[in-house]
Design a protein around this ligand. Structure first.
Ligand code: SF4
Length: 308
């Protein structure tokens, strides 16, 4: 942990050493920085679910594009695919338009895509009924779109046990998880599916694959321990990041005095609202998601030290 005391000795601001970019995001951002030195570069979708980091890379020349813009790029444009990965249709479009793909898909996500595709290809013609692939994840999330694409978009996506009615309980189930979902949520889902199956007249097979990335899952215990040791926790994350929301909720569970912010300005507002400027003795912890850059947490820390 990096500790810092204000000159009055009353404030202790600590940045959680385990917070910040995961391996996959670091790799994608390093690739973008390297490729930008070689020339113009587009990224399909936000490179990371953190507006401030996207803005930093856009200032270096990175152009964020959407799928419609991908279809109208001139041949030999260079397009980076981010850590979340893409469905096969994206590679097909790029090939048709002679676009040069720089593939920064996280290797962990790539491996999961391969597993799901292999499962789909192996079982799609099974008799009497083809099984269904179920993905425990957030519908519409970039990674989930990439995973569904491996099954010709036949996979069913469910976010939690309240969506069990989306599953067809007359067919065998192959369950996988989006990499950033919680292990606890996955286990709860598996138990709920098993319980439904046990009530069926003709039981069906369930094959559950816990494909949650331990880069995220292992952070929960560390983060909660860190949060418990603070008087106040500032969780820094992008509004669009599902990983940030999951980790924030774990922090909140460990310390109800936890605030979600996306920028140093929000930190300042919060401190003023709570009358914490020129404060009494206070331990403030700063932490973030796998998509939160260290420089942003450092800026939040500076802002607290300037305010208090
Ligand atoms: S959370 Fe895991 S799977 Fe997702 S980008 Fe990071 S390292 Fe890769």
């Amino acid at each position: 942990m990096v500790n810092n005391k204000c000159p009055n000795g009353k404030l202790l601001v600590t940045i959680d050493e385990h917070s910040g970019f995961c391996f996959g995001v670091t790799r994608a951002i390093n690739t973008a920085e390297q490729e930008l030195r070689r020339g113009a570069l587009c990224c399909l979708g936000d490179i990371v679910h953190n507006g401030q980091e996207v803005a930093r890379l856009e200032a270096l020349g990175l152009q964020t594009i959407d799928n419609d813009e991908l279809r109208s790029l001139p041949p030999h444009s260079r397009v980076l695919l981010r850590a979340h990965g893409e469905p096969p249709s994206t590679y097909w479009i790029a090939q048709q338009r002679e676009i040069d793909i720089i593939d920064a898909t996280c290797p962990v996500v790539k491996k999961l895509q391969d597993r799901i595709r292999e499962c789909y290809e192996t079982h799609k013609n099974d008799e009497p009924q083809p099984p269904q692939i179920v993905i425990y994840g957030k519908a519409g999330h970039a990674e989930v779109i990439g995973l569904q694409g491996q099954t010709n978009n036949t996979a069913v996506v469910i976010e939690d046990i309240n969506q069990l009615d989306r599953i067809d309980f007359s067919r065998p189930i192959y369950l996988f998880s989006q990499t950033t979902k919680s292990v606890e949520g996955f286990n709860t889902l598996v138990e709920a599916i098993k319980s439904q199956i046990s009530n069926l007249k003709s039981p069906i097979a369930l094959e559950a694959h816990d494909t949650i990335c331990r880069n995220v899952a292992n952070r929960v215990a560390q983060l909660q321990e860190f949060a418990r040791a603070q008087d106040l926790v500032i969780f820094v994350g992008g509004a669009k990041s599902s990983n940030a929301r999951v980790l924030y909720n774990h922090c909140l569970e460990a310390n109800p005095n936890t605030l979600f912010v996306s920028s140093p300005d929000e930190v300042e507002e919060f401190l003023q609202q709570r009358g914490l400027t020129g404060s009494s003795c206070l331990k403030i912890g700063i932490c973030g998601a796998t998509s939160t850059p260290l420089w942003l947490m450092e800026k939040c820390k500076e802002r607290i030290q300037n305010e208090c």
